[in-house]
Design a protein around this ligand. Structure first.
Ligand SMILES: NC(=O)c1ccc[n+]([C@@H]2O[C@H](COP(=O)([O-])OP(=O)(O)OC[C@H]3O[C@@H](n4cnc5c(N)ncnc54)[C@H](OP(=O)(O)O)[C@@H]3O)[C@@H](O)[C@H]2O)c1
Length: 339
């Protein structure tokens, strides 16, 4: 078999992605080696490429945090995985559970620890996560980053309750997982998007109400109208500062706004003071722990949930997959398959 790995030389755009032969790695005592079957792209992979991610990419790193594969070798001390298991890795190499600390986020697959865009990947045992059985490899390769951050937004520190309303903003992968997770948790979902086609797809995915932000510029007023003037209890803010003010005005008393999106304000625009309205929480989170991932997988399994996949590329077209992801505004995940 011709094993290959992509390597990222950051700050060179797509030209910084090069492909080389890959040797079969030997696992250390607490590591497993997987033969990767599929991997998927996230916004952070473009940010790492452009040098604007908070953690700089190590030059020559194998990119991508999200991927799934079959365990083909286990280290001498490994007990959490066996040969033949279908597994992925949690986003952070060493964040198993509990409140996140700075040390937890210091090592990340595809940033400063080799990732999934390769024939083989080495995973630290503590970060091994078994994937839901009903998912295809392609679907299972979409969960690690966008899936877990949306899950953590809706379940930590206090899970969304069925009588509550969740607002999702945008139709990137995080927002789509936000819709699906919120529905699995039994909540009502209102989703903001940019046109009728996406609105229709959001409703098919489970959104109870959608608002086209191009048609209804003051969408926060519509959200309040749909919630009898009360506002929503949770916001999955998957865009960022450009939509934060409206998210704040859509939120009810003691609501939680989880800022996941990293978009900055357009030049010349200033941010409205978000602390003059109702009493509410605004927080930023970074993905989640391995235990968050495992809890999400249990719920996905129970509900037979399937992530949204936009397009699949073969491994030898991985650069094209990056280009498509960057330029073509996909609805759902962009996945690279290895065979
Ligand atoms: N903190 C974390 O752990 C974490 C993890 C994952 C991702 N992120 C961040 O979360 C964000 C979402 O990532 P993603 O990959 O899911 O989605 P994405 O591709 O960044 O989202 C794009 C979508 O957001 C909407 N949008 C973009 N600009 C907008 C604007 N100015 N006003 C209103 N809507 C706008 C559009 O949806 P419509 O056309 O439907 O309106 C667009 O299709 C990114 O900033 C990413 O870096 C953070």
């Amino acid at each position: 078999m011709n094993a290959i790995a992509y390597h990222l030389d950051p700050l060179h755009g797509l030209a910084g992605l090069t492909v080389r032969d890959q040797e079969l790695p030997e696992p250390g005592p607490n590591q497993v080696v997987i033969e990767v079957r599929a991997a998927s792209l996230n916004r952070r992979d473009l940010m790492l490429m452009d040098g604007i991610y908070p953690l700089p990419a190590t030059p020559d790193i194998i990119p991508l945090s999200d991927g799934v594969g079959e365990v083909i070798a286990v280290g001498a001390n490994v007990t959490r995985a066996a040969l033949g298991d279908r597994v992925t890795a949690s986003y952070f190499v060493r964040y198993v559970s509990g409140p996140q600390r700075l040390a937890h986020v210091a090592e990340q697959y595809g940033a400063n620890y080799h990732g999934m865009l390769a024939t083989y990947a080495v995973i630290e045992e503590d970060s091994v996560v078994h994937v839901p059985e009903h998912l295809t490899d392609v679907e299972a390769a979409t969960l690690t980053c966008a899936g877990v951050v949306a899950w953590a937004a809706l379940t930590t520190p206090v899970p969304v309750r069925p009588e509550q309303t969740v607002l999702t903003v945008g139709t990137g992968a995080v927002a789509l997982f936000g819709v699906q997770h919120a529905k699995m948790l039994g909540a009502r979902v209102i989703s903001i998007t940019s046109g009728p086609d996406k609105a229709e797809r959001l409703r098919k995915l489970g959104a109870d109400e959608t608002i086209d932000r191009n048609e209804t510029r003051d969408w926060d007023e519509k959200v309040r109208e749909l919630t009898d003037g009360n506002g929503v209890e949770h916001v999955v803010e998957a865009v960022g500062l450009p939509t934060l003010s409206k998210s704040v005005r859509s939120a009810g008393y003691n609501a939680m706004i989880t800022m996941i999106g990293a978009s900055q304000l357009p030049k010349g625009q200033t941010l409205e003071n978000p602390f003059v309205g109702p009493y509410l929480g605004i927080r930023r989170i970074a993905v989640g722990s391995r235990e968050d991932f495992e809890a999400m997988n249990r719920t996905i399994t129970e509900h037979r949930m399937r992530p949204v996949v936009d397009r699949i590329f073969p491994l030898d077209q991985a650069v094209e997959a990056y280009r498509y992801f960057r330029d073509d505004n996909p609805f759902g995940k962009v996945v690279v398959t290895m065979s």
